[in-house]
Write a protein that binds this ligand. Structure first.
Ligand code: F6P
Length: 518
């Protein structure tokens, strides 16, 4: 049940793509649009509330055909069925990769056991806990209800919940949610300085329960709590999410307040598990469940749609096209919604911790490019910050534009202006502005003309979604999760381990012991 092991650069499709690239690399998007009046319809996928327009990419029908051939020759179909079927595709850690099992109702067997039953039991526990805390029935040590929740975690135990809680703030319960992640003591101090221990609930979220930052912050917070409360009160104010029951117990957390997770859930894909308990508290269990349902819908689309009509597959293939053929170094993710401000930091971990690998599935060094560097920020703010470089700089930076047809508060004039910018940027990147066009305007002196020319031919995807809801957000996150998977399969790497973060941790512990704790 191991993943097949294919060096993509040795496939027939790769050779054909290289030849095709030589033919198409200088063709301008203006010509591609002029040559094919059906381009917008041809390069578009609609799914539920998603309308993905990928016509502004430097491709033609042949490119897509060859990219799909590459996916076939990399045995992507076989890999998808192993991924969803619970094979141990995280081979270097001997684990399954089953974040999809956290949002399905279908049976998923791990070592002969249907894990979905455990998942449902944990979801029921999250629901009960959420309802008790949100309704005010859960009382703190002086009999008061909870007003504030603090998520203590880092990496996947922080970025996912933090991003979703921020993105779904419109759907918020009366609770206020805070996040402590950095081992920087000023971070935790700033968070606790205004909190009342009588009305605050702390969630210690750590898959391993050994992470230096999280345990240090949790200890500091417990000490602060015990300045006004007693050990016996800890059970009313501390809960934990972890696979490490022993370490959680020795921290002094009541067994009833422990939410289990499983080794087959990777940290950076764990927001769907009990790691998302802060999401459930922040927006209510029904909205948390809707988030899972949205992800599940995208899972089904990914699992069943043909590659040409498959959103995560097409986005992954386009990204490979730029990364491995055009030599693009980075990709920008540009949501036109202030709610999605934290999407990029979240995706940086998901994408770069997964696919930042230089050894293939044989254990051999790779001589082609893998993991993309992703960065970005929200529109329209970023138009006044870094877009200059995307429009007129020397680097090719493919962009994902994410927009919504409807705003949440219905301020029409704002939304129309926002979306005019959304479309305007994509148009400007694609078409550019020629010297002739600058001259025709008749406003520019001869010497300034070159500076006002835009080469254009800068690729972008438009990911247009009806409305920001828990469900559509779930689908959006799942879309990127599967894009990561497809790229890892084609690059022939293991996307689900993260050995690259270990050395720095060991060094920090060594330096701490030698320099600060002797
Ligand atoms: O340092 C990387 C990492 O292992 C991530 O993959 C993970 O999300 C994060 O640390 C936190 O780990 P834990 O949940 O075990 O505290």
């Amino acid at each position: 049940m191991a993943l097949k092991n294919v060096n993509p650069t040795t496939t027939e499709a790769w050779a054909k793509l290289e030849a095709h690239f030589a033919e198409i690399k200088d063709t301008h998007l203006r010509s591609l649009f002029a040559e094919n009046e059906n381009r917008k319809e041809e390069f578009n996928i609609k799914f539920n509330d998603f309308d993905v327009d990928f016509s502004k990419n430097r491709i033609d029908s042949k490119t897509l055909e060859l990219l799909v051939e590459l996916a076939d020759q990399a045995e992507l179909k076989d890999a998808i069925s192993k991924y969803f079927g619970g094979a141990k595709i995280n081979a270097t850690e001997g684990r399954e990769v089953l974040h999809t099992a956290l949002r399905t109702s279908k049976e998923v067997l791990v070592d002969g056991e249907n894990v979905v039953e455990d998942v449902q039991a944990t979801l029921a526990k999250i629901e009960g806990f959420t309802n008790k805390v949100v309704s005010g029935d859960w009382k703190g040590y002086t009999g008061k209800s909870i007003t504030d929740v603090v998520n203590i975690g880092i990496g996947g135990s922080d970025l996912g919940p933090r991003m979703v809680v921020d993105a779904l703030q419109y759907y918020k319960t009366p609770l206020t949610t805070h996040f402590v992640s950095n081992v920087d003591g000023d971070h935790v101090s700033e968070i606790i300085k205004d909190l009342n221990p009588e009305t605050t609930l702390f969630l210690i979220v750590s898959k391993t329960f050994t992470t230096q930052e999280t345990i240090t912050n949790a200890m500091t917070i417990k000490e602060w709590f015990l300045q006004s409360a007693t050990e016996a009160d800890v059970a009313k104010h501390f809960a934990a999410v972890s696979t490490n029951a022993e370490a959680v117990a020795s921290f002094g957390i009541d067994a009833d307040n422990v939410f289990t997770m499983w080794n087959w859930v990777g940290g950076r894909f764990s927001l769907w598990s009990a790691v998302g308990v802060s999401i459930s508290l922040a927006v209510g269990f029904d909205n948390f469940k809707a988030l899972l349902d949205g992800a599940s819908d995208m899972d089904s689309h990914f699992e069943t749609a043909s590659f040409e009509e498959n959103i995560p597959v097409v986005l992954a293939l386009l990204s490979i096209w730029y990364n491995n053929f055009f030599g693009a170094e980075t990709e920008a993710i540009l949501p036109y919604s202030q709610y999605l401000e934290k999407l990029t930091p979240y995706l940086q971990q998901a994408i770069m911790e997964s696919n930042g690998k230089s050894v293939d599935r044989n254990g051999d060094a790779i001589d082609y490019q893998t993991g993309t560097i992703v960065w970005g920020s929200t529109g329209t703010n970023m138009q006044h910050a870094f877009m200059q470089l995307v429009h007129q700089g020397t680097k090719l930076i493919p962009c994902d534009f994410i927009g919504y047809e409807e705003s949440l508060y219905g301020k029409e004039e704002h939304h129309n202006k926002l979306m005019s910018n959304y479309y305007g940027q994509q148009e400007a990147l694609s078409n550019g502005k020629t010297k002739e066009e600058v001259i025709a305007e008749g406003k520019t002196s001869e010497s300034v003309i070159p500076f006002k020319v835009f080469a254009g031919n800068k690729p972008s995807n438009s990911i247009l979604i009806k409305k920001l809801t828990p469900k559509s957000l779930g689908s959006l996150i799942s879309m990127y999760e599967h894009k990561i998977f497809v790229q890892g399969i084609i690059w022939n790497i293991y996307s689900y381990d993260q050995w690259g973060v270990e050395l720095g941790k060991v060094m920090a512990n060594k330096i701490y012991a030698e320099k600060y704790n002797s």
